[in-house]
Design a protein around this ligand. Structure first.
Ligand SMILES: C[S@@+](CC[C@H](N)C(=O)[O-])C[C@H]1O[C@@H](n2cnc3c(N)ncnc32)[C@H](O)[C@@H]1O
Length: 285
């Protein structure tokens, strides 16, 4: 027993300061994800499985591979998958969804708009865009409205995007959703050992998924959007990068369109074409 646990301790590879710097500089300058020195242990822990995957005996070997032509193609995408923080929830920061229901959607209805394009630009495992879809459906059903909508879901992590696309969640993830909505928008699995739910096809068919790096100055998206959600991702970027990312997103937001940020993020005092209407809700000028 003793021996076995010792082997696993020795098996853990150590990340030197030099290799940490190589990796953290690369991750930050290409993906905007801040990696201060305090995150060294976290990075070392999360990357162990990538070293095991390739059979590397040290981080030094792994780093050389990451920066090689083959590594850039075959590994960087997986490294970013394990490095990004994907915490999310259904109806996270619910004031945004109340604001949509009570203020934004009635205005669109009044104006006779019949198609709304929405972009969840750091959608993680899908809870945010499926929440938006539930809000749209509820508004239509409760107000005899016929606002058609499409939601573009994008994220930098391919792993997390494939989860979002599946729309399958552990039962406890939807605990806080009102019962009537759970019944309407989720199908329960028959597996009693591992109970999961799946978002109904009616909502899933409104979604399209694409991997996209918000830091990429050249990305393309299919249309101009009425509403963009960019929540809880800017916190990982420095001020200058945040400004660039918001400006690029604003190019894709229609004038008068709405822009949502996370609770600890702001577009105030930044050189961006947005006017604040609520603490974390903005309108494109
Ligand atoms: C904390 S989650 C927020 C999810 C959701 N927006 C919310 O508020 O609940 C942050 C997401 O941003 C994604 N992300 C991090 N850096 C990114 C980048 N440069 N471009 C696009 N997405 C990124 C991560 O993969 C992660 O899924």
């Amino acid at each position: 027993m003793e021996e076995k646990s010792n082997i696993s301790v020795f098996d853990k590879k150590t990340l030197t300061d030099k290799d940490f710097k190589r990796l953290s500089d690369f991750i930050y300058s290409n993906y905007g994800i801040k990696m201060p020195y305090q995150k060294k242990v976290m990075l070392e822990g999360r990357l162990q499985k990538r070293l095991r995957h390739w059979g590397f005996k040290s981080f030094n070997e792994y780093c050389d591979f990451v920066f090689s032509e083959k590594g850039q193609e075959a590994e960087v995408i997986h490294m970013i998958d394990v490095v990004s923080t994907n915490k999310t929830d259904f109806f996270r920061e619910s004031a945004h969804f109340d604001y949509m229901t009570n203020e934004i959607l009635p205005l669109y209805k009044e104006k006779g708009v019949n198609q709304i394009d929405i972009w969840s630009s750091a959608c993680s495992s899908g809870e945010e865009p499926y929440t938006i879809a539930m809000v749209m459906n509820e508004f239509n059903d409760n107000n005899k409205a016929y606002l058609k909508y499409n939601i573009l879901c994008s994220d930098i992590s391919t792993d997390i995007l494939s989860k979002a696309k599946q729309g399958i969640y552990r039962l406890e993830r939807i605990e806080n959703i009102p019962l009537a909505m759970k019944r309407k928008y989720f199908l329960k699995s028959k597996d009693t050992q591992n109970p999961t739910v799946r978002v109904v096809p009616e909502l899933r068919k409104k979604m399209s998924f694409t991997r996209l790096n918000l830091m990429d100055p050249k990305y393309n998206v299919p249309t101009k959007y009425d509403i963009i959600f960019c929540r809880n991702v800017l916190i990982y970027f420095d001020w200058e990068t945040q400004e660039k990312v918001i400006n690029k997103l604003c190019e894709q937001l229609k004038p008068g369109g709405y822009f949502f940020l996370g609770h600890s993020e702001s577009a105030i005092n930044k050189n961006v074409p947005l006017k604040q209407i609520r603490p974390t809700v903005f309108v494109r000028t």
